[in-house]
Design a protein around this ligand. Structure first.
Ligand SMILES: Nc1ncnc2c1ncn2[C@@H]1O[C@H](COP(=O)(O)OP(=O)(O)OP(=O)(O)O)[C@@H](O)[C@H]1O
Length: 254
């Protein structure tokens, strides 16, 4: 990697490995890559390849067993975790509303940042509208929402704090095609216009290929492809991932 790419990188991994917490199994092995500000990264690979683990490293829900991770050139370990998590938001696969109504849950991170009640209300209503969260959901609690509806609320809650980096773990897994398409297009616009850096694990390659600017392809914890999206042969990639998943399933069945 040349020096200017290193300097301008928003997120940079330098020979990062991760071992499973209890044991010697290597979950991620020797990963090095850089993501530019405003990049929209498709993080792909078969189930178990390490996508969730990689996302968890970036907001320090896990620590590398070797190597370093940088945010705007600063080692993550030198950033206070609270500051890091304000700058880097993670929407994981089971985001919860913590027993609050949707409206309270959306306002909660803004309250923590000290915004006034009227600023909170305006921001919440604005982002609910942008993410197509109907007004009648706002008074509901978790048990009154489907998994897909909870997923939308979790994404809105992360976006309204305007993070610098947004980590998304399968954000469209419970959405219909129309909403998935809408969401990716909204994220691409945020990336382009607001310089939001998006790193998204997603299995729906046919959708992802239309919006991503960079591909990170993991296989068994190793980075097997890091390319600008326009250089990727997406149909070959789809075949590769399906093959890997079928091989793993066959090994499992034997
Ligand atoms: N806490 C843990 N302890 C032991 N092994 C773990 C732990 N977390 C993850 N692993 C293992 O690390 C590997 C990568 O898991 P990870 O969840 O990151 O994969 P993934 O690519 O996100 O998969 P999926 O697409 O199914 O969500 C798997 O083999 C998993 O079993």
């Amino acid at each position: 990697m040349n020096k200017s790419a290193e300097k301008s990188a928003e997120v940079r991994f330098e020979r990062v490995s991760l071992r499973a917490p209890a044991g010697i199994a290597t979950v991620l092995a020797d990963l090095s890559f850089a993501i530019a500000p405003g990049g929209f990264v498709a993080l792909v690979g078969p189930s178990g390849a390490g996508k969730t683990s990689l996302l968890r490293l970036i907001n320090r829900l896990a620590e590398p067993s070797a190597g370093r991770i940088y945010l705007e050139g600063k080692d993550l370990k030198q950033l206070p975790v609270v500051e890091l998590r304000r700058r880097v938001a993670l929407v994981n696969q089971e985001s919860k509303l913590l027993n609050m109504t949707v409206q309270h849950s959306l306002g909660y991170p803004l309250r923590l940042r000290g915004l006034s009640a009227s600023q909170i209300e305006t921001t919440v209503l604005d982002w609910a509208d942008r993410l197509k969260i109907p007004a009648d959901w706002l008074a509901r609690t978790e048990v009154e929402l489907s998994v897909g509806q909870q997923q939308r609320v979790a994404i809105a809650r992360s976006l309204l704090t305007q993070p610098q980096v947004l980590l998304l773990d399968e954000p469209t897994s419970a959405q219909d095609l129309g909403y998935s398409e809408f969401l990716l297009s909204l994220l691409a616009t945020q990336a382009q216009n607001q310089r939001l850096t998006v790193i998204m694990a997603n299995h729906q390659l046919d959708l992802v290929e239309r919006y991503a600017t960079q591909l990170l392809h993991l296989h068994q914890g190793r980075l097997v492809n890091n390319s600008p999206a326009h250089q990727v042969n997406w149909s070959a990639l789809r075949e590769q991932i399906i093959d890997a998943e079928q091989r793993e399933q066959a090994d499992w069945d034997d």
